[in-house]
Design a protein around this ligand. Structure first.
Ligand code: PHE
Length: 346
């Protein structure tokens, strides 16, 4: 009996484990009800009375050793499991880089920020639109060339020969959001609408079939062209620098009357003339005008009581100027080497 006890003592003291299954195997072998140690306790009955004292002590010692070993093996297992979860704490840290914003998002946020200081709120509308919101309610005549398949991506057309208010298409400008906002809100309205637009253009360094615009709309009593000019001058100086000059040239849009196009003094040469402004000293930045009364009426806004101005500008071009990007396609290629250059807190 003493020999068996001694053999188990030495087995236990050198027992090692690497998993919780092995720990359980240890418990089953030595400590469970059918394990080796309880078996020895059963056999204790047969030990001659003269040896009972010595064997009894040894047996209790064995049981205690087996229990202590169980506890220490369990602790050791917990410790190794912990460290595999946390990893090696002494290993040098990974250089985790923060993400960067897309240059188009940076410029869009800058534009939103400037107009929000003039009290403009932000709204968005759907990219998949109907003819009604993109053209008809904006006073486009049925035969207007912008409705041509050449310019507009149609998703479904009711007729092949002519466009109908129910045609579904990708919006070609963010002016459609003007209509959606005027349909659902009463004046005063003072909001800007950033978004993605689509035109059927061949893709090159200077043109893309997807680009971004920010539209602005201000409708109230007594809104005049002077308000438009002042808002745009404020915007130009905030965006392009406090010495920036603006000029307005007459233009035409079906949904504004009168209409204009705004140029800013060239941000590269300051107006002296360079190859970016083609030696004119000016850069064209946006289209604008007083909202056409027919547009107000199509949205059930009283065009005698209310007037308003609207403007719309692309985002890609100012971003190209600011970051000296010379190829529009770079904005859409998701090349991380291009994108990670635009680290900013904005
Ligand atoms: N929607 C016009 C465009 O895409 C821009 C514009 C908006 C002009 C609002 C006037 C008023 O070119």
């Amino acid at each position: 009996m003493l020999d068996r006890i001694n053999a188990l003592l030495s087995e236990i003291s050198s027992y090692s484990i690497t998993s919780s299954e092995e720990l359980e195997a240890y418990r089953l072998r030595f400590l469970s009800r059918k394990g080796l140690i309880p078996e020895l306790f059963d056999d204790f009955r047969n030990v001659p009375p003269s040896e009972k004292k010595e064997v009894g002590q040894k047996l209790n010692q064995l049981k205690q050793t087996a229990l202590d070993r169980y506890t220490s093996l369990k602790l050791q297992l917990l410790r190794t499991e912990d460290s595999t979860q946390v990893g090696d704490l002494t290993r040098p840290a990974y250089p985790w880089f923060l993400g960067s914003r897309h240059p188009i998002s940076i410029i869009r946020n800058e534009i939103i920020d400037i107009f929000s200081r003039l009290g403009f709120t932000v709204s968005e509308g759907p990219e998949i639109e109907d003819d009604d919101h993109v053209f008809t309610m904006l006073n486009f005549a049925p035969e207007h060339p912008a409705r041509d398949m050449q310019d507009t991506f149609y998703i479904s057309r009711i007729s092949d020969e002519y466009s109908s208010p129910g045609d579904i298409l990708l919006r070609t400008h963010t002016s459609s959001v003007q209509v959606r906002v005027m349909e659902h809100h009463k004046p005063p309205i003072r909001a800007i609408f950033p978004g993605r637009v689509f035109r059927n253009e061949a893709i090159s360094a200077r043109a893309h079939c997807i680009f971004h615009q920010v539209e602005g709309l201000y409708i109230d009593e007594n809104v005049s062209f002077a308000d438009l000019k002042q808002a745009l001058l404020f915007f130009a100086r905030e965006m392009y620098g406090k010495n920036t000059m603006i000029r307005l040239r007459p233009s035409y849009f079906p949904f504004t009357e009168p209409s204009g196009e705004m140029d800013v003094s060239c941000t590269i040469c300051g107006g002296r003339g360079c190859n970016v402004c083609k030696y004119t000293g000016w850069l064209e930045v946006l289209g604008c005008g007083m909202v056409h009364p027919a547009v107000l009426e199509s949205c059930n806004i009283d065009s005698v009581k209310y007037t308003g101005f609207a403007f719309g500008m692309g985002i890609e071009r100012p971003a190209m100027l600011k970051y000296q990007v010379n190829d529009l396609r770079l904005y859409f290629e998701n090349d991380i080497r291009f994108l990670e250059q635009f680290r900013t807190a904005f």
